[in-house]
Design a protein around this ligand. Structure first.
Ligand code: HEM
Length: 148
């Protein structure tokens, strides 16, 4: 109902510009937790966070993350159809530091930060809650992949 409308409405323009919004999200993530930067092995030789954020491999991952969000938004009516995909994705993010981060919502916070930056006035408490609800479903599905 209402949650889905809020999510779809806010994603409509954001989703057309995935990379810049994803970069905002990940910049925030590395600000909150700089140690995450080194989990991207290709980033270990970066001179600065800024260099990392503009490396092609990194931007490719940003694009992948945004495509997962895009898939979740377009499957709001049947999120369970993404179960297998998300379970596998969780498995690919097994690294202990990584799963704790995704779980303990530094990633979720960064997603919300990006939404807040991009939506301005349209970022309301119900909208925030709607996104959090979707995010926790996605994370729950991913965590079934790393529980084993
Ligand atoms: C793959 C790290 C969060 C979606 C990867 C890879 C790494 C990685 C190292 C493999 C290399 C690559 O493709 O760049 C991280 C880190 C994260 C994070 C450090 C944040 C703490 C996420 C989130 C999503 C996501 C939140 C989506 C919800 C993907 C996808 C792939 C991937 C779709 C490709 C998997 C495949 O090859 O099939 N990630 N990731 N990542 N990540 Fe992440």
């Amino acid at each position: 109902g209402k949650d889905k409308e809020l999510i779809r409405g806010s994603w409509e323009s954001l989703g057309k510009n995935k990379v810049p919004h994803g970069v905002i999200m990940f910049s925030r993530l590395f600000e909150l937790d700089p140690a995450l930067l080194s989990l991207f092995h290709y980033n270990t030789n970066c001179g600065s966070t800024q260099d990392c954020l503009s490396s092609p491999e990194f931007l490719e991952h940003v694009t992948k993350v945004m495509l997962v969000i895009d898939a979740a938004v377009s499957h709001l009516d049947d999120l369970h159809s993404l179960e297998d995909f998300l379970l596998n994705l969780g498995r690919k993010h097994q690294a202990s530091t990584l799963k704790r981060r995704i779980h303990k919502s530094v990633v979720g916070e960064s997603l919300l930060y990006m939404l807040q930056c991009s939506l301005g006035q349209a970022y309301t408490a119900p909208l925030r809650q709607a996104w959090l609800n979707m995010y926790s479903i996605v994370v729950a599905a991913m965590s079934r992949g790393w529980a084993k």
